[in-house]
Ligand binder design. Structure first.
Ligand SMILES: Cc1cc2nc3c(=O)[nH]c(=O)nc-3n(C[C@H](O)[C@H](O)[C@H](O)COP(=O)(O)OP(=O)(O)OC[C@H]3O[C@@H](n4cnc5c(N)ncnc54)[C@H](O)[C@@H]3O)c2cc1C
Length: 784
C-alpha cells in the first residue's frame, strides 16, 4: 500500500510542477513574481553611458558561438571579401609607391616625420579619404580594401600606416558620414578626401583614459561673438593628450561634457557628452606640441583650450546632436576597431614572418642554418601559425563591416587577440635574429616593430581592460538570447508588462541553460564524434568543427551557470570574466581560420599552418575552461562543471612538434605558401633594403647549400686541416683552391657570401652617434 502511494504522490507532484510551469498566469504569480522583484532590486543601475556602450553595435558570428550551437552553414555563407579592380590597382601601384617614398630609419631617426613627398603623395592620392564616398571626392573603398592598404603600409613603416589609418577609422570623417549635417558634410568631406584638411579626434584626457566617459573637459551653453556676430554657442575648456595627428591636424573632433545651466537649449542642465569639430586655428585652440611614442614618428600630441567660444554649429550633427556624443563614438568604434589595429598588427606579423624566416635560413651557426634547430623552430612555428590566424581574423572581421555589421564584440576580440599575437610574433622574431635585432640602425628590420608593439596594445581600448571587461562583459549581454531581454524587462517602468516579458525571458533562459548543459555533457561523453557538421567542410578540418560545437555548448552552459551564481558581480570578477572571454575569443579565431582554409581552396600545402594555429587555440580555450573551473568560487559547482564539460578528461594537449616542424619549414624556404602567408609585404628586391637583401640572400643560400654540402664532406675528410682560411667565413676559397668545387660553384658561393654579409651586418656609429654633426648648422657642415 505504502509502496504504491509514493510513486503516485511523486506523479501528482510532477504533474503539479509541470502544470505550474505550463500555465503561465499561475507560473507568473507563484514563481516569476518573487524572482522579478529580487532581480529588480539587485540589478545594478546602469548609467546612460554604460547603456550606450552595451547597446552599441551589432551581434554577428560571435552570437552563434555564444549560444552553443553554431550554424556552420552561416559561417561558410559569409561572402569572401574581394577587391574591386580599382582597389587592387591602388594596392599594386599607389601603395607600392607610398612605401617606396618612405625609409623607416630616416623617418624614425633623422626626419622624425614622414618625408614631405610622402605626405604630399598620400594626401593627393586620397589615402586619407578611403572611407569617404566618391560623391564627396573620396575613394569609397570597402572595409576589406581599407584593411589591405593598412596591412601593406604597416609592413614598411608605422608612421606611414598610422597616418593613413587614423583619418579612416574613428575620427571626423566617420562621425560626419553618420551624423554630420549636410552643410558639414559638404564642407568637410571633400576637403578631408583630398587631404586639404587633416583630421584628429580628441577624447582622452590626463585624468580619464580607459574611463573616457569621465572626461573633465566641459562646455557651457552661452552667447558669444563669432565672425563679428553674436550667436548662441558654447564656452569650452579642454586638456587632451595622446591625440594622433593633433600636431599637424587642421580640424579635430573634440569630445566634452556640455552643460546648459541657463536653459538656453531646453530643460536639461547636463546635456551630456558632445562631439564638436574644431578648426586648429580657431581662436584659443592650442595644438602643435608632440609626444614621443616609442620612436614611432606618427604625429601624436596634446591639445588644450581654455574658455574657447565656439558656435553650436561646430557640434557634429548640429545642436540637436548635443549630448549624443558618447553614443556616436560607441556606434562608430566597432567599425574602426575592426580594421585599424588588426590590419596594422597583421602587417607587422607578415613582415616578421617573411624577414625572420629568410634570415633564419641565411644565418648559420654550428654549420647549420639557425632556422633548422628545433629550438628556433618553435619560435618560427608560432610566427608562421599566428600570422596565418591573424590574417584570417583580420579578413573575416573586415568582411563583417562590409556586410553592414558594426561588430562591437568581434572588434574587441580582433583588437585584443591580433595585437597580443603580434607581440608574441615580434618577440619571437627578435629572439630568432639575436643581436641583429638589438642594435638599431638602417639595417635593423625588427627593432622599431619591437619598440612599437605596445602601442597597439594600449590604444583603442587598452588590452587588459578589453580582455577583462569588454569581451565577455559586453559579449554576454549582447549575444545571450535572454539576458538583455531580462534586464530590459526588469527596468521597464510598466511593471505589469515588465513581469510578462521577464517571465517569458526567464523560462526561455532556463530551457536554454538545461539544453546546453545536456548537450555539453553528451558532446563531452561522446568526444563530439557524433556532432553534426551541417556544411561541406574539408575532411581534414572536420573534427575541429565538431570540437568547436562541443566547446560552444560547454561555453554557453558555463556562462549561464557563472551568471546565475555570480550575477552582476561577474563584472567585478575580472579574472573569471577574462577567461570566459578567452574561450569565446579562441572560438572566434578558430572560426576565422577554418573559413580562411576553405576560402583559399583547402590548400594542402598550407594545412600545417591552419592545424597548428587551430590546435593551439583549442588548447588555449581548454586552459581557459580549466582556469574558470579551478577558480570558481563555489567548489561543488566547479566540480559539477568539470564533470559536465570534461567527463573523460581533456581532449587537447599542446600542438604537435611534427606539425610545428612543417610550419617552420614553410618560413625558411621560398614557396607559394610563404608568399600567401606574407602576401601584403612590401618587398623591394634590392641589396640596399634590409628586407630585400634577405630575399636575395635566401635565394642565394638555397643555391649554395648543395655546394656547401660538398665542402663540408671534404672538410670531414680532413682535406682542409690546419688551413687558417678554412673558417666559417672563407672556407669556399679554400675549397675552390683545393679543387673541391668548380669555378661556377665558387661564383655561387661568392655571391651567397656577399649577400649573407649584407644580411648579418649591424650598423655602427661615431662615438656620439653623430649628434654633434647632426646639430651643426647646415652652412658649417657644408664648410667642414
Ligand atoms: C600612441 C597613442 C595614440 C593615441 N591616440 C589617441 C587619439 O587619437 N585620440 C584619443 O582620444 N586618444 C588616443 N589615445 C589614448 C588611448 O586610447 C588611451 O591611452 C587608452 O584609452 C588607455 O588610457 P590610458 O593610457 O590613460 O591608460 P589607463 O586608463 O590609465 O589604464 C591603465 C591600465 O589599467 C587598465 N584598466 C583600466 N581600467 C580597467 C578596468 N576597469 N579593468 C581592467 N583594467 C583596466 C588598462 O587596461 C591599462 O592597462 C592614444 C594613446 C596613445 C598611447
Amino acid at each position: 500500500m505504502f509502496n504504491s502511494i509514493i510513486p503516485l504522490l511523486g506523479l501528482v507532484t510532477l504533474v503539479a510542477l509541470v502544470g505550474l510551469v505550463i500555465v503561465r498566469p499561475v507560473r507568473r504569480a507563484i514563481i516569476t513574481r518573487p524572482i522579478f522583484s529580487t532581480y529588480r532590486k539587485v540589478l545594478p543601475q546602469m548609467s546612460d553611458t554604460e547603456r550606450d556602450a552595451l547597446e552599441a553595435g551589432t551581434v554577428w558570428w560571435e552570437g552563434e558561438l555564444f549560444r552553443g550551437k553554431p550554424d556552420w552553414q552561416k559561417l561558410h555563407a559569409y561572402p569572401q571579401p574581394k577587391l574591386t579592380p580599382a582597389e587592387q590597382s591602388f594596392l599594386d601601384n599607389e601603395c607600392e609607391e607610398a612605401c617606396r617614398l618612405v625609409d623607416d630609419w630616416k623617418v624614425t631617426h633623422e626626419l622624425y616625420d614622414l618625408p614631405n613627398e610622402a605626405w604630399r603623395y598620400i594626401k593627393d592620392k586620397g589615402f586619407l579619404g578611403m572611407i569617404i564616398p566618391k560623391k564627396y571626392g573620396g575613394l569609397e573603398f570597402s572595409a576589406y580594401a581599407h584593411s589591405q592598404v593598412v596591412t601593406k603600409l604597416s609592413t614598411r613603416s608605422s608612421a606611414l600606416s598610422v597616418s593613413v589609418m587614423v583619418p579612416n577609422s574613428l575620427g571626423p570623417a566617420e562621425l560626419l558620414l553618420h551624423y554630420g549635417t549636410d552643410a558639414q558634410k559638404n564642407h568637410y568631406l571633400p576637403r578631408l578626401a583630398k587631404g586639404i584638411e587633416v583630421p584628429a579626434f580628441a577624447l582622452t584626457s590626463p585624468w580619464a583614459g580607459s574611463d573616457a566617459a569621465s572626461i573633465p573637459d566641459a562646455g557651457v551653453v552661452c552667447k558669444g561673438m563669432y565672425q563679428g556676430k553674436e550667436v548662441l554657442g558654447m564656452r569650452v575648456s579642454w586638456d587632451k593628450r595622446y591625440i594622433t595627428l593633433a600636431p599637424v591636424c587642421t580640424v579635430f573632433g573634440l569630445a566634452f561634457h556640455l552643460y546648459d545651466p541657463d536653459g538656453l537649449l531646453g530643460d536639461k542642465k547636463h546635456i551630456g557628452i558632445t562631439c564638436a569639430l574644431v578648426p586648429y586655428d580657431h581662436p584659443g585652440v592650442d595644438t602643435g606640441r608632440r609626444h614621443f611614442p616609442l620612436n614611432a614618428m606618427f604625429m601624436n600630441g596634446p591639445t588644450r583650450g581654455k574658455d574657447v567660444f565656439m558656435p553650436l554649429d561646430f557640434i557634429i550633427g548640429g545642436p540637436e546632436k548635443a549630448g549624443h556624443g558618447w553614443r556616436m563614438l560607441m556606434e562608430c568604434l566597432a567599425a574602426g576597431r575592426s580594421i585599424s589595429l588588426p590590419s596594422s598588427n597583421t602587417g607587422m606579423a607578415q613582415m616578421t614572418a617573411r624577414a625572420v624566416g629568410g634570415y633564419a635560413r641565411v644565418r648559420s651557426q654550428f654549420k647549420m642554418a639557425v632556422g633548422k634547430f628545433e629550438g628556433v623552430e618553435e619560435a618560427l612555428t608560432r610566427i608562421g601559425a599566428y600570422t596565418y590566424m591573424m590574417d584570417a581574423v583580420r579578413k573575416m572581421t573586415a568582411g563583417a563591416v562590409d556586410l553592414g555589421e558594426k561588430p562591437s564584440v568581434v572588434s574587441a576580440i580582433a583588437k585584443y587577440h591580433v595585437t597580443e599575437r603580434a607581440r608574441q610574433v615580434v618577440n619571437d622574431g627578435m629572439d630568432v635574429i639575436g643581436g641583429k635585432g638589438i642594435c638599431l640602425g638602417p639595417s635593423n628590420f625588427m627593432g622599431r616593430a619591437y619598440q612599437q608593439v605596445p602601442i597597439g596594445i594600449t590604444v583603442e581600448g587598452a588590452n587588459i581592460l578589453t580582455r577583462s571587461l569588454i569581451i565577455f562583459g559586453q559579449g554576454a549581454i549582447r549575444c545571450h538570447p535572454y539576458l538583455l531581454p531580462e534586464m530590459q524587462a526588469a527596468q521597464n517602468p510598466d511593471q505589469k508588462r515588465g513581469l510578462v516579458d521577464f517571465d517569458k525571458a526567464l523560462f526561455g533562459h532556463i530551457g536554454f541553460t538545461i539544453k546546453n548543459g545536456l548537450r555539453a555533457l553528451w558532446l563531452g561523453m561522446t568526444g563530439s564524434h557524433f556532432a553534426s557538421v551541417n556544411v561541406d567542410a574539408a575532411p581534414e578540418m572536420r573534427r575541429y568543427y565538431q570540437q568547436l560545437t562541443r566547446f560552444s555548448a560547454a561555453f554557453a552552459f558555463m556562462s549561464d551557470i557563472s551568471l546565475l551564481v555570480l550575477g552582476g558581480s561577474v563584472k567585478r570578477r575580472e579574472k573569471l570574466s577574462a577567461r570566459l572571454g578567452d574561450i569565446l575569443a579562441q572560438m572566434y579565431l578558430i572560426s576565422c581560420t577554418l573559413k580562411r582554409y576553405e576560402e583559399e581552396g583547402r590548400k594542402k600545402e598550407d594545412a600545417a599552418l591552419a592545424h597548428w594555429a587551430i590546435w593551439d587555440a583549442m588548447y588555449k580555450a581548454q586552459e581557459a575552461f580549466d582556469g574558470v573551473i579551478a577558480n570558481f568560487p563555489i567548489r561543488f559547482i566547479a566540480a559539477f562543471l568539470h564533470r559536465s564539460i570534461f567527463p573523460w578528461g581533456h581532449p587537447y594537449v599542446v600542438p604537435s612538434d611534427d606539425v610545428g616542424h612543417q610550419v617552420a619549414k614553410l618560413l625558411i624556404s621560398p614557396s607559394a605558401s610563404r608568399d600567401r602567408l606574407t602576401a601584403e609585404c612590401f618587398l623591394p628586391l634590392v641589396e640596399t633594403e634590409p628586407v630585400g637583401a634577405i630575399e636575395l640572400a635566401l635565394k642565394a643560400t638555397l643555391l649554395a647549400e648543395p655546394i656547401e654540402a660538398k665542402i663540408r664532406a671534404a672538410e670531414k675528410e680532413g682535406r682542409f686541416d690546419n688551413n687558417p682560411l678554412a673558417n666559417v667565413r672563407d672556407i669556399a676559397i679554400v675549397a675552390f683552391e683545393a679543387g673541391v668545387i668548380s669555378a661556377a660553384d665558387y661564383e655561387i658561393m661568392k655571391q651567397r657570401n656577399h649577400l649573407r654579409d649584407i644580411v648579418v651586418h649591424v650598423d655602427d656609429f661615431p662615438f656620439d652617434y653623430g649628434v654633434a654633426t647632426a646639430n651643426k648648422p647646415a652652412e658649417s657642415r657644408m664648410a667642414a
